[in-house]
Design a binder for this molecule. Sequence first.
Ligand code: BES
Ligand code: MN
Ligand code: ZN
Length: 524
Amino acid sequence: MNFELVKATLTQSKGDIVVVGVFKGEDAGKSLKALDAKLPKALEDGIKKHLESEGFKGKVSEIVCVPTFGHIDCPKLMIVGLGSKEEFNPNIIRKTSASVARKVKGHGSTAKVIMILPHEVKATKARSGKSPAKATIDGAALAKAAVEGWVLGKFEFDKYKSQKDKSDQPTGKRAASVKKGEISLALTGITIDTKTFQKAVKEATAVAEATIFARALVDEPPVYMTPTRLSIEAKEIAKDHGLTCTVLSTPQIEKLGMGCFLGVARGADEPPKFIVMKYTAPKAKKTVAIVGKGITFDSGGLSLKPAQSMERMKYDMSGAACVLGVMRVVGALKPNVSVLAVVAATENMPSGKALHPGDVIRAMNGKTVEVNNTDAEGRLVLADALTYAIGQKADELIDVATLTGAVVTALGRAAAGIMGTNQDLIEKIMEAGQDSGERFWQLPLFDEYKQALHSDVADLMNAGSRGEAGSSCGGMFLKEFVENKPWAHLDIAGVAWSEKNKDELNKGGTGFGVRTLSRYLMSH
Ligand code: BES
Ligand code: MN
Ligand code: ZN
């Protein structure tokens, strides 16, 4: 993929397509003229008329193409909406850049796109939790967002399509490989030096490529993306980036006493894999553990899901995909903090060997759990994964999981649920989310929820009563396994899958969490 920083005004732009943003409610002709006084009057008028006839409003990611009829060197002009000027931030550029990339991709042939970034804009609306408004937008943040959006917008999972789209977007799981003759992006309008730009591109491509890698893992059919396959992916990442990777199989998992993880795995013919990766930063002050739910297919087990709820359950390993994606970024960008990645991977299947509702199993930390619902399997596998991470001397725990349908009911597709034992950690993750364009909403862990996990025969019940505060109850269960460690739980059930192509998201797995956790780790 080719990204460059150029110095060009609208009329000097030499390429195939020049992209210019227009804010909501602005007179497009005038704002383009303000951008470049040399804009020929005839073109200015033409653009204005065309936008009027198209009903262009300047809404975020709205795109109108206008031919330039030889008035400037670029044959095509793309006007993109940036939304209201007061609310502008780099996340808008990520969205528009992705929308442009998706649109250009459809054009097929090789092209050079020049994007003029709005540099002089001041964000006047304070970001929540951040004080002073009127901060000028950082050019590097804009460049990063543009590059991220570009890579994300071009992604499409067409590995199993006989008729492939002719254009050159990265496909399939080897998404990071670059093909020749593709669409290049030149950015202009920002005043940053080449070194800063190159650093921005390096970071943004690492994060975006890891995100589409995670998406591809999720999009793969479950017959292919098994626990074993996930473990092979982890080993390859480790090999590529000099990380350590250990994969534990059933006998070793038994030896460690992971009764909860093994209980879930019992019903499946596919062998479970417990995947551990480690990045050691030279001067690290702490080790952050990122723990992923890797249910490669959730049928519900004997507490079988109805057909409709089961349809998409290949995406129940989205937490694991996120963790592997983050490890790619960690390997490429090497943050100043050590990172332990733990993925508990298994299918959740019904069979003659499967967990029965009513079974009592013993977790690695010694607690006994009565399984009243085999479909609450995520918390079982995570319980042992968290205990394992603590045993490996993790100082801080972050788990990522498609844990509850209740979080979809509560927050829809608009935000992931976040909860935990350490407010500072939660806020830092939420802030990294804001800078990444991934939204989180905190849910409570009130002591009252513990009652729902009461069992008459064991220390805990896995699902308890249904229909009340489901996501918090899931969190409450996990809290029993984090000892005194700072811990945050990200419930991504609502955001890990998208039903439509919109902005930087495409239909299918979203790779949610890769951007946020990468930023969080890089902030150390
Ligand atoms: N993987 C599901 C959660 C889920 C639901 C993810 C919908 C994505 C979309 C999880 O294992 C599950 O089945 N949870 C149960 C918990 C219940 C039995 C306490 C649920 O949400 O119904
Ligand atoms: Mn389930
Ligand atoms: Zn599940």
